[in-house]
Design a protein around this ligand. Structure first.
Ligand code: UGA
Length: 435
């Protein structure tokens, strides 16, 4: 099939590349010419394991091209995926849909024959209806069909998530489009993905409800972890004990820092503000947002307790600063709240991240990037394991640490408290009883 992906951000690029790998002819379009030129030279703008190889292979096989010419690319394609950003509106909590509607306006002038227009970006309920209205201004009803086909890709696992999705949700009020999309996804359906045909509005809401539910699950286990700390219980036992109940499930029950990234914080806000417009109070999700915002403060309080409130001139080393492992994404990472606060209090902060230096900390006094794990850790008073990179899962602390009194605060529970204590390390973790 001939596909056009509009927007070469996370969603558009990964989906476009994976669709081309399934044998489709794909044009990835972006108005950012520098980005397109880089992609044409094989330079990938995002950090996603395995993506560069897939890009090279499909460009070589002439199934994948990059262009900044939206009009021509659309004319050559049968299915158009809108994959532009829907960030939170400045100063508000609803989604900024200006890029979506901007693309819809351009599309309305480029429909030379019947096209299926799909939103893959996360968009609030009824956005598809609005896109349809925009397209109808310049086109007749039989020239297009607007479909919602949300993505469920996790950064760092996006290729795997694309190839082996639990489900493919297609929201369309048009039977013909539904049949074409089922065919497009048939290589994934034959491998076990469930195909979920539904209405357009339902598909839009499935995406938001899924992200909000996952954010709720994480926040829930984080709050239970707080209780475990006071009652000397290991949160890992609770996660296992709860997760084995198939109605609950074990995934997304890992306690840790506040959830971050480009999706959960933005989407939880957007779904509550959409509901507010319909005069529905999504109070559970609202309290999840609040609890998560409070989580970084709570973990900072623990840092202060661990350091007995003596922060000034303390050497604090962060292992990992991205919002999770296998990504270079810093958006809404809890490190963005913790590091500035510690620097303000006079700590000398060092950080090491497998994805390198972060411009976000440039303006803060006493915050330095360490080029290696050992230079980050050797003289630390406190080590904070912030991100769960594999690189941090089997560190020989005894060998690296020069200071016998170094404290370790493992915010991802990567190590066993028993083994760390046996090794005479001053170890603290999340939700496993306070020392
Ligand atoms: C999330 C969803 O998982 C995807 O299904 C969705 O497609 C995507 O948003 C999106 O809307 O585009 P992502 O933001 O890449 O994916 O990251 P996740 O792996 O979901 O992690 C989000 C946050 O939750 C991270 O801060 C992570 O550390 C945290 N988390 C996750 C936990 O604290 N505990 C867990 O058990 C799982």
């Amino acid at each position: 099939m001939k596909l056009c992906m509009i927007g070469t951000g996370y969603v558009g690029l990964v989906s476009g590349v994976c669709f081309s790998d399934l044998g489709n002819q794909v044009i990835c379009v972006d108005k950012d010419l520098t980005k397109i030129k880089k992609l044409q030279r094989g330079i990938i703008p995002i950090f996603e394991p395995g993506l560069d190889e897939l890009v090279k292979r499909n460009v070589r096989n002439k199934r994948l091209v990059f262009s900044n010419d939206l009009k021509n690319s659309v004319k050559k394609s049968d299915i158009i995926f809108i994959c532009v950003g829907t960030p939170t509106k400045k100063g508000g909590s609803n989604a900024d849909l200006s890029q979506i509607y901007g693309v819809a306006k351009e599309l309305s002038k480029s429909l030379n024959k019947f096209k299926i227009i799909i939103t893959k970006s996360t968009v609030p309920v009824t956005t598809g209806d609005e896109i349809e209205k925009i397209l109808l201004k310049n086109n007749s009803k039989n020239k297009f069909s607007v479909v919602s086909n949300p993505e469920f890709l996790r950064e760092g696992e996006a290729i795997r998530d694309f190839i082996y999705p639990d489900r493919v949700v297609v929201g369309s009020n048009d039977k013909k489009s539904n049949k074409i999309l089922k065919n497009l996804y048939s290589p994934l359906i034959t491998k076990g993905a469930k195909y979920v045909p539904t209405s357009r509005r339902a598909a839009e809401l499935i995406k938001y409800a899924s992200n909000a539910f996952l954010a709720t699950k994480i926040t829930f286990i984080n709050e239970i972890a707080n209780l475990c700390e006071k009652t000397n219980i290991n949160i890992d036992d609770i996660s296992i004990g709860m997760g084995l109940d198939q109605r609950i499930g074990s995934r997304f029950l890992r306690a840790g820092p506040a959830y971050g990234g480009s999706c959960f914080p933005k989407d939880t806000k957007a779904i509550t503000s959409t509901a507010d417009k319909f005069k529905i109070n999504l109070s559970v999700i609202k309290s999840v947002i609040k609890s998560n915002e409070n989580r970084s403060k709570l973990l900072l309080k623990r840092v202060y307790e661990i350091l007995k409130n003596k922060i000034k001139n303390k050497r604090i080393s962060f292992l990992g600063v991205t919002f999770k492992a296998n990504t270079d994404d810093m958006r809404d990472s809890s490190s963005l709240k913790m590091i500035p606060e510690l620097s303000k209090k006079g700590a000398i902060v060092k950080y090491f991240d497998p994805t390198g230096y972060k411009i976000e900390f440039k303006k803060f006094k006493n915050v330095q990037y360490a080029k290696s794990l050992s230079t980050c850790l050797d003289k630390a008073d406190l080590i904070i394991i912030h991100t769960e990179w594999n690189d941090f899962k089997s560190i020989d602390f005894k060998k690296i640490i020069k200071n016998k009194k170094t404290l370790i605060f493992d915010m991802r529970n990567l190590y066993s408290p028993q083994i760390m204590t046996k090794n005479k390390l001053n170890y603290f973790s999340v939700g496993r009883g306070l020392k």
